[in-house]
Design a protein around this ligand. Structure first.
Ligand code: GLU
Length: 272
């Protein structure tokens, strides 16, 4: 049995790109689940959750209950984080964005990953005592995963996609933030914990998240979670060939509906 999921963040209205992702996930699975990725309390809004339900039903998609809200899952993320911490795979990072930018500028060069320059590792060299002292002094900090140490624990990994086996390259992101300054988890940690909890066997999502599979596969291996298969689909592009974003109000499903388009028109527009 194939279990798929659609996992939107309720930080805006759904657009054509989401419609494609949701329809592909719906059509690829025997069971189709919905997960609301609302760990970012500052940006998530209940009105957008209501709008997600409304838009999906309008598209004719139904999902298996219960709908999972990540904001109810903080205990599970804390447990996973404690596991990584206990194995010495996590270190506190006190750097601000500005300090990271300055450090990169000072070094004159930086390794680049899919999301820009990699973290230069400033706080990795702090001693455990120094880290604990600064935490005790109430200094704001994120937690980062020591990716090279983690990779040594797992050994080489692969992930499966469309019948291909890809070697995992987790170092391409550098030492990712595993728990943010403002929340005790991160996107990558919450996703792998919940894909396992919801027994998702096929992760379908846009090809902009292809790189995420590398780091998420590493986290699955570290946390001994089952390995899903991945399928990445092309993004829906606007007339200028750019990917849609939530800022493009004109292409939200709500605005298209209000302009008189039908669900069949939406499918025709995204070619599915
Ligand atoms: N919540 C993410 C988004 O809205 C998707 C996460 C995923 O599919 O893994 O872009």
């Amino acid at each position: 049995m194939i279990v798929t999921r659609f996992a939107p963040s309720p930080t805006g209205l759904l657009h054509l790109g989401h419609a494609l992702a949701a329809i592909i996930a719906h059509e690829s699975g025997d069971d189709f689940l919905l997960r609301i990725e609302d760990i970012d309390k500052g940006r998530s809004r209940d009105k957008f959750i209501e709008a997600i339900f409304f838009d999906l039903k309008w598209l004719g998609l139904s999902w298996d209950e219960p709908t999972l809200r990540q904001s109810t899952r903080m205990g599970a993320y804390a447990e996973a984080l404690a596991n990584l911490k206990a194995r010495g795979l996590v270190y506190p990072c006190f750097c601000t964005r500005a300090e990271i930018a300055q450090e990169i500028a000072r070094a004159g060069e930086a390794q680049h990953g899919p999301e820009g320059p990699l973290y230069p590792g400033t706080c990795k060299s702090l001693s455990v005592e120094e880290g604990l002292r600064r935490i005790a002094a109430g200094e704001n900090h994120a937690l980062r995963l020591d990716v090279s140490k983690a990779t040594k624990q797992t050994g080489p990994l692969t992930f499966r996609e469309h019948g291909h086996i890809h070697p995992v390259d987790p170092l391409r992101f550098g030492d990712i933030v595993i728990a943010r300054k403002d929340m005790p988890t991160s996107y990558h940690l919450a996703v792998v914990v919940d894909d396992a909890y919801q027994q998702v066997s096929l992760v379908t999502r846009g090809e902009d998240l292809l790189s995420a599979a590398h780091i998420q596969r590493l986290l699955q291996a570290l946390l001994k979670l089952p390995e899903p298969v991945y399928a990445h689909h092309p993004l829906v592009l606007d007339d200028q060939g750019r990917k849609f974003s939530k800022r493009d109000g004109a292409v939200t499903l709500q605005s298209l509906r209000e302009a008189g388009l039908t669900p069949a028109d939406i499918r025709a527009r995204i070619g599915i």
